[in-house]
Ligand binder design. Structure first.
Ligand SMILES: Cc1ncc(COP(=O)(O)O)c(C=O)c1O
Length: 431
């Protein structure tokens, strides 16, 4: 970026985008807007080092002998305002454990969104249950709960609204339908640490909520996960399942199947230390995302995902927006992404429609599922498996990752400048 331009950018009011018409796009040989990387992720220091080394020195590295997992569960439960927390190996196992706790069995149906990470669907499939997709609200990028009730059949036992990017679908609506129709609602809050619905933490709003602490997440220990619930009996079932059918000391032995989905003491110690950074990092993302959203409104043609009415805070795991090529002289999204990356702004096109992927067809055509679901039922599933709004959204979406929101205002200004510059030169770029 040339010096004059930098001064103008710095002088610009926080929400004013400096017109970049004079500067040549980096993709066409101009200077990139940004020449240094966005803040690194994860962030760590002496507290994490102390936590890990002291766990090492206890020589007690699994939850059966140590106390770090139990302490983390208490700390996370308190921070989230949930009476029960179970730490597990990762977010996928959290979903599998919770689905077991909710008694999802082979041959059942579970309603899911097509706009999510594949793990949401894999967890359902791993139970021998059929994922039934309902469409996405393209304004919010969340499950369209107005489609939920019509998707319920005699086999439906649960629905999984996903808090995409850290903001929710209409969870009141999902819960109301769940109660009235006798199905469980499992909130996949893998991306939603400290996000809120009507002032309460995401992951605590439905029958159960699950989290991921995988490396990209806002709270991370490389791998890790958790289940939250207010239901003690559900928590007990999850506990037994996550540790090969063992009951906790002093309780009756569990009479159900299980596996090993335990978190290690090291991961728990690291998570407890990382939690002390969480609120300050979240505030930074709140401020930066608000600024970027305002700048986007000035630019036009880039529409940030809206919050469902009732959302009071997003975790901003991602900053998602819809790109309108028509407002960029028809510049295709792929070229827009390329031009943005050339300006030094990393970005991606996000998810592709999960309900249409080959892996799903292969699983459903496999021997096990053919035995569980009649030809007639699978035909009906096929006929219902249309999510046109989601298909369209997947052609328009653009994502920034959460670490890009953890720096200063200048970072947001540069993102806005880069998009504005591309817009000003869209017709040349489109050639
Ligand atoms: C919405 C969603 N669900 C589930 C998962 C699975 O979590 P993990 O990768 O920890 O298994 C993820 C992780 O990316 C996710 O984004």
């Amino acid at each position: 970026m040339d010096a004059k331009w930098t001064r103008r950018a710095a002088a610009a009011a926080a929400v004013t985008v400096v017109r970049a018409a004079g500067a040549k796009p980096a993709l066409l040989g101009g200077e990139p807007i940004r020449k240094h990387p966005f803040p690194k992720w994860p962030v760590y220091g002496p507290p994490e080092e102390t936590a890990l080394v002291s766990t090492l020195r206890t020589g007690q590295w699994y939850r059966g002998s140590g106390s770090a997992v139990g302490r983390f569960e208490e700390k996370f439960a308190t921070a989230m305002g949930s009476p029960y927390c179970l730490a597990v190996a990762n977010g996928t196992s959290a979903l599998m454990v919770a689905l077991h706790g909710l008694d999802v069995q082979p041959g059942d149906e579970v309603i899911v969104p097509p706009y999510t990470f594949i793990a949401t669907i894999n967890a359902v499939l791993s139970k021998g249950a059929l994922p039934v997709f309902i469409d996405t609200d393209p304004r919010t990028f969340q499950m369209d709960t107005t489609k939920l009730e019509a998707a319920i059949t005699d086999r439906t036992v649960a629905a999984i609204p996903v808090d995409m990017a850290g903001a929710p679908a209409n969870l009141d609506h999902a819960n109301e339908i769940g109660r009235r129709r006798g199905i469980k609602i499992l909130e996949d809050a893998a991306q939603a640490h400290l996000g809120e619905w009507r002032g309460r933490k995401l992951g605590t709003i439905c029958d159960a909520g699950t989290f991921s602490f995988q490396a990209s997440k806002n709270l991370n220990s490389g791998e890790g996960g958790a289940v939250l619930t207010r239901d003690k009996a559900l928590w007990e079932r999850c506990y037994a399942y996550h540790t090969n059918s063992s009951a906790r000391r002093g309780t009756e032995p569990a009479a159900s199947m299980g596996g090993n989905y335990r978190l290690t003491e090291f991961q728990a110690a690291l998570l407890a230390a990382q939690m002390d950074r969480l609120e300050a990092q979240a505030r930074q993302r709140d401020a930066n995302a608000a600024l970027l959203s305002k700048q986007f409104r000035v630019i036009g043609g880039v529409a940030p995902a809206e919050w469902t009415d009732g959302c009071t805070r997003s975790a901003w795991h991602l900053f998602m927006f819809r790109y309108d090529a028509a407002q960029f002289h028809g510049l295709p999204r792929a070229k827009f992404l390329k031009a943005l990356a050339a300006e030094g702004i990393p970005c991606s096109s996000g998810y592709t429609p999960l309900n249409k992927q080959a892996f799903l067809r292969n699983v459903l055509e496999g021997r096990g599922f053919q035995r569980l679901f009649s030809r007639e039922r699978m035909k009906q599933w096929q006929e219902r498996n249309h999510c046109p709004a989601n298909d369209q959204l997947c052609t328009e979406a653009v994502w920034f990752t959460q670490n890009m929101l953890t720096g200063g205002e200048e970072d947001m200004q540069q993102i806005a400048l880069a998009i504005d510059k591309i817009k000003a030169h869209a017709s040349e770029l489109a050639k």
